[in-house]
Design a binder for this molecule. Structure first.
Ligand SMILES: NC(=O)c1ccc[n+]([C@@H]2O[C@H](COP(=O)([O-])OP(=O)(O)OC[C@H]3O[C@@H](n4cnc5c(N)ncnc54)[C@H](OP(=O)(O)O)[C@@H]3O)[C@@H](O)[C@H]2O)c1
Length: 164
């Protein structure tokens, strides 16, 4: 299955121009545990912010500029190419905004960390509430002054086409 995993604020914001505006150790631990198996796919701008690949295994970077990347990262031209080359593998799409927007139509599940508050973000997660239904929600967590919770959203069955 293709899954998107993201942390968003109350306006669906995921980052300012300086990057992710919160530091939530509990969310980082959740993210690492959830993405421990399966393929990792990120956009080139998110790759630029990563010091090293996740989980010490090859991470795929969506880019239109296939050139050499740092050790542990491999360029890929599309999500379709990734799934065709790795049949049956689960894929974790880990951002950023452009990649979420390009891949959400292929996703079966969303793991969303809902962070309370407006962090003046300039990059956003795409709208999802009409295509996905909430199936699980954790209790509220708190890191410092910030409250957040983990949610799972699953793709809703497509509605039958109205008769013409
Ligand atoms: N809150 C969160 O959960 C979260 C998670 C991850 C990232 N972020 C934040 O998101 C921000 C980055 O988001 P962003 O939207 O600027 O960048 P991004 O989505 O990480 O990367 C965009 C780049 O990916 C490549 N790309 C995207 N779609 C493509 C496609 N369909 N085919 C081929 N290549 C494609 C392009 O690279 P080329 O120009 O090389 O072709 C594009 O410029 C960062 O600040 C990061 O911190 C937040």
């Amino acid at each position: 299955m293709i899954r998107l995993i993201a942390a968003l604020d109350s306006r669906r914001g995921i980052a300012t121009d300086s990057g992710i505006p919160w530091k939530l150790p509990g969310d980082t631990a959740y993210f690492r545990a959830k993405t421990a198996t399966g393929l990792i796919l990120m956009g080139r701008a998110t790759y630029d912010e990563f010091a090293a690949p996740l989980h010490k295994r090859e991470n795929f970077v969506l880019t239109t500029h296939p050139g050499p990347l740092r050790t542990g990262f491999r360029a890929i031209g599309s999500l379709d190419q990734l799934t065709a080359e790795n049949p049956g593998e689960d894929v974790w799409v880990i951002g950023g905004a452009t990649v979420y927007a390009h891949t959400i139509t292929e996703a079966g599940e969303l793991l969303l960390t809902q962070v309370d508050g407006d962090f003046d973000c300039t990059k956003f997660f795409p709208p999802y509430e009409t295509e996905f239904g909430l199936t699980a929600r954790s209790d509220d967590r708190q890191d410092g002054v910030t409250t957040y919770r983990f949610e799972t959203w699953q793709r809703l069955p497509s509605r039958p086409t109205d008769p013409v």
